[in-house]
Write a new protein. Structure first.
Length: 93
């Protein structure tokens, strides 16, 4: 069962707001969140690519779904970078 992206929805996809909210609550963003969000996006790509190759109108909902997954991945990645900058002053991501 997929988890709801509550933090993403509450902050309207803003990595800065997500970072501030997590920091205020004393929480962290584990690297596994980024891995899961990337895996979630990659799972969608096969069906999306097939619909694009067919020039099918079915590609539009798949495209929107993929885009949301991509935005979530970028959102979590951005939060992780902000935590790295806070802790170490630099980020390898």
């Amino acid at each position: 069962m997929p988890r709801d992206a509550v933090l993403f929805d509450q902050t309207f996809g803003s990595a800065v707001e997500g970072y501030l909210r997590l920091r205020q609550e004393g929480k962290n963003l584990p690297p596994s969140w980024i891995k899961r969000s990337k895996a979630s996006r990659k799972r969608r790509e096969k069906a999306f690519a097939a619909a694009l190759k067919k020039n099918s109108l079915d590609a539009l909902p798949l495209l929107r779904d993929w885009e949301i997954a991509y935005r979530k991945e970028c959102f979590y990645h951005g939060i992780r970078v902000l935590f790295d900058l806070q802790r170490e002053g630099t980020s390898r991501l």
